[in-house]
Design a binder for this molecule. Structure first.
Ligand code: CA
Length: 389
């Protein structure tokens, strides 16, 4: 079998309302789907992390840099292809956009391998340790409104997400330490005691401010404090983890086994959040997962993007071994964005209907069992949302 073409589909639309996190507001949703075609009629689909104009830059890397390296190669040689591309790009970026671009191609090659074998990815990896995964719904995004308005909205929204059946919820923070503590108190009021909630700072704090917010999150019994400080600040993560009771999570902005080795050896994370569509695809995710487990660090995948990314992550969550195991083992969760996302809900020929499954099951979703990643993008949908440039 030979790879005959590699194509990026960058999709975009205007959101019904502007959303924000600690770094910026945004009004447009984008997605970057990668299509790998072969001479035997099998097509693989992957996805690259990277919103907005980053997706357009990644498209150029996929189509103009990576594709010429591997056209004509056997798509079943995905690990050979991974190392060929990585070694040729090493001098030009061991992290960031080259790895995001390679991720989408690698996922598409795994989709092809699953279709050749007639097996869903979790079977190809080694089988399902779980047939359903709990889902946490994140919302409580920042908006251009007063903090008083935001406090009221966060309470209502947290209660609504709990009401939809999600197993847990996650809020954004990033308005400054004191206001952020008020927002976290608002979420706890909305969900009541005993319900799991998490807070995501998108690395906006100094270590000192992160200690202030983290102590409050601990008192509120928040489950984790996500990306409190800059991902480069390994020493800061180690200090926070040693000094706070709340779990410290992060890693979505880290790449490949060498980047992950450094943060794991530093002992700064209670929970690792690798992003398969950025860190190097499924091939590299499996190596990073093994590294995390070698350090006894549990993993809850970072999930962002379209149904291709969600299905890929469901496959990986199914195939994740228990750590450390037991009758009532620690379980991972699927991250799910409760804000408007047509690329997740309407892209596949057969939608995953995560929200419907969550509502019907009390907070869990089934693992797709079709060959490969488990979703087929609708070509009319891809054409309708395609953006040029
Ligand atoms: Ca995050």
């Amino acid at each position: 079998m030979k790879i005959t073409a590699i194509r990026s589909h960058v999709l975009g639309y205007e959101l019904p309302e502007e959303l924000g996190y600690s770094q910026q507001y945004y009004a447009r949703r984008t997605a970057h789907i990668v299509e790998v075609t072969t001479d035997e009629g099998i097509t693989g689909w992957g996805e690259c992390f990277g919103p907005g104009n980053v997706a357009l830059g990644n498209r150029a890397i996929v189509e103009k840099v990576i594709a010429p390296m591997i056209l004509g190669d056997d798509p079943m040689d995905r690990d050979v292809i991974w190392h060929k591309v990585y070694n040729l790009l090493r001098d030009h970026g061991q992290k960031g956009m080259p790895m995001q671009a390679l991720s989408g191609v690698d996922i598409a090659l795994w989709d092809i391998a699953g279709k050749v074998a007639g097996l869903p990815l979790h079977k190809l990896i080694g089988g399902a340790h779980r047939t359903r995964v709990p889902v946490y719904g994140y919302g409580m995004m920042l908006r251009r409104e007063s903090v008083d308005e935001m406090v009221a909205r966060f309470t209502d929204e947290a209660a609504a997400i709990k009401g939809m059946g999600f197993a847990a919820t996650k809020m954004k923070i990033g308005m400054g330490p004191r206001d952020d503590v008020r927002l976290a108190e608002a979420v706890r009021r909305g969900v009541g005691d005993g319900y799991r909630f998490m807070a995501d700072a998108n690395h906006c704090y100094t270590t000192a401010d992160a200690f202030y917010v983290g102590r409050a999150l601990g008192e509120l019994d928040a489950y984790w404090f996500e990306e409190p400080i800059a991902p480069e600040d390994h020493d800061g993560y180690r200090e926070l983890r040693a000094g706070l009771t709340v779990n410290i999570s992060g890693g979505e902005a880290e790449f490949n086994r060498w980047g992950w080795r450094a943060i794991l050896e530093n002992r700064g994370l209670d929970i690792a959040q690798p992003e398969v569509c950025a860190l190097g695809g499924i091939s590299e995710y499996l190596r990073v997962l093994a590294l995390c487990h070698a350090h006894f660090t549990p993993v809850v995948n970072h999930v962002w993007g379209s149904a291709v990314a969600v299905a890929t992550n469901l496959q990986l969550l199914a195939a994740m071994p228990p750590l450390p195991g037991g009758m009532h083992p620690w379980e991972p969760m699927l991250e799910f964005d409760t804000t408007h996302n047509a690329f997740r809900d309407d892209l596949p020929v057969e939608p995953l209907d995560i929200q419907g499954q969550v509502a019907a099951s009390g907070g869990t979703v089934a693992i797709p069992d079709k060959p490969g990643v488990g979703v087929e993008p609708d070509r009319d949908f891809l054409a309708r949302y395609a953006i040029d440039g």
